[in-house]
Design a protein around this ligand. Structure first.
Ligand SMILES: NC(=O)c1ccc[n+]([C@@H]2O[C@H](COP(=O)([O-])OP(=O)(O)OC[C@H]3O[C@@H](n4cnc5c(N)ncnc54)[C@H](O)[C@@H]3O)[C@@H](O)[C@H]2O)c1
Length: 401
């Protein structure tokens, strides 16, 4: 029998999400004799201790007799329990300096670390992630920002709703003016954005039509890799080649900025990739974009006028078109930017349920049977305090260099 513990989040401010909901724990107990789940008592979790108890899950303070511990965010060094197996987002695989001490402590405490971010299907697609609900919340907030700026409609705050279902109910009777919305990306975040576009009755059109036509109803177009990038030498696009050599490509987004009212950015981005536009482009008289929901959210990244994060309570700021400085939102001479790094926390119960579903479907059985599947093996960064071969490139980082 494997004892599985849901740990209380120790990072401050504490994340309110959880890896398995009470109903999912109950389902696991019903369907497996091999695993018992314990929830460490937590005041801030989006599912209360009472809800876990009501589902038949024991709520405990001390979780140290569990074999496998599941969290969400980084576990503070002082709370690590030696010799355990942990699953959480460690944010260490890119040698993040702010988590180096944590990584070293994991090794010295002979812990096994399986990082959620490293759990991938055979073809390299990530198994777990919160991107879908980041897309949902970010797209809602983007449309909310445009509603404020234009005065055309009002949208509620997502975090004040109990669930996604409740949020959807608030769209009843919503009339969006004939705006044009550009959606970038093709992953989980993009899927969440499209969900909101469709729920709000915004109509999908092809990129070519979007650029040429004027519509009497709201429309969106989705720009994926081939629609966004072209090789500098011959104008072609090849996905694998682009992923390996992003700096050899140009971005084709600019004409869309001149034809869109709102941008919902959901691409994957890193510094080697071209930006969607350069910041001076906002000074072009033909520039039309008023509202940018930068869900990708890299400061000075794919959206160069992303000047850093706001909070869930206050997600939108303006960027002056002349000074490129932060302003209050919704001013005439500025572009509004919605940039928040923890968007899924606005819908934590739904985001947790979605995460837990993928965990149960693709990871849990291998984890509790301890039959070392390839998926688990590839995501195990440290095994009983020893760096695994796939992660040898972290040797310096682990040694404190
Ligand atoms: N603001 C927030 O709260 C928040 C939350 C979740 C994700 N995000 C960010 O949103 C972005 C998209 O996340 P997602 O969940 O949709 O990701 P995803 O993994 O679901 O999809 C990423 C897409 O990018 C492509 N891709 C993967 N590697 C690539 C590479 N090296 N070069 C180019 N393209 C590549 C993939 O094929 C996929 O289509 C990420 O930058 C992520 O950090 C933000």
């Amino acid at each position: 029998m494997i004892r599985l513990g849901l740990i209380r989040e120790g990072k401050t401010p504490a994340d309110n999400r959880v890896a398995l909901t009470p109903a999912q724990c109950k389902w696991i107990h019903k369907n497996s004799d091999e695993v018992r789940i314990f929830a460490q008592s937590s005041p801030g979790r989006c599912f209360s201790d009472k809800e876990y108890r009501a589902a038949g899950i024991e709520v405990v303070d001390d979780i140290s007799d569990c074999d496998i511990l599941l969290g969400i965010k980084e576990v503070p060094v002082s709370q690590l329990i030696p010799n355990k197996t942990y699953l959480f987002f460690s944010h260490t695989r890119k040698k993040q300096s702010y988590n180096q001490e944590l990584f070293q402590s994991i090794i010295s405490s002979k812990i096994t670390l399986i990082d959620y971010e490293c759990l991938e299907h055979e073809d390299g697609q990530r198994i777990l992630g919160f991107g879908f609900f980041a897309g949902v919340v970010g797209a809602h907030n983007g449309m909310m920002g445009y509603g404020h700026r234009s005065g055309a409609y009002d949208l509620v705050r997502v975090y004040r709703q109990r669930s996604f279902r409740e949020l959807i109910h608030t769209y009843f009777g919503l009339r969006i003016p004939p705006v044009k919305v550009a959606v970038t990306g093709s992953g989980r975040v993009a899927h969440g954005i499209l969900e909101i576009m469709n729920l709000m009755g915004i109509v999908e059109v092809e990129p070519e039509d979007y650029l040429l036509k004027k519509y009497s109803y709201p429309v969106y177009t989705q720009l994926k890799g081939a629609g966004l990038y072209e090789r500098k030498t011959d104008g072609a696009y090849n996905r694998v080649h682009f992923h390996d050599h992003p700096s050899e490509y140009n971005c084709k987004f600019l004409p869309y900025a001149m034809q869109s009212d709102i941008l919902m950015n959901g691409i994957y981005w890193d510094t080697a990739m071209p930006r969607l536009f350069e910041r001076e482009a906002v000074q072009d008289p033909a520039w039309r974009l008023h509202t940018i929901a930068d869900i990708t959210d890299d400061a000075f990244g794919s959206v160069p006028i992303n000047l850093g994060d706001q909070t869930i309570e206050d997600p939108v700021y303006g960027v002056s078109k002349t000074s490129f400085k932060k302003t209050a939102p919704y001013l005439p001479g500025s572009v509004d930017v919605m940039a928040v790094g923890n968007l899924p926390n606005e819908l934590p119960r739904d985001a947790s349920r979605y995460f837990g579903e993928q965990l149960i479907k693709y990871v849990l059985e291998d984890l509790v049977k301890n039959n070392q599947s390839d998926v688990i093996e590839r995501a195990t960064m440290v095994k009983e305090g020893v760096l695994t071969s796939r992660y040898y490139y972290l040797a310096d980082y682990a040694a404190g260099k």
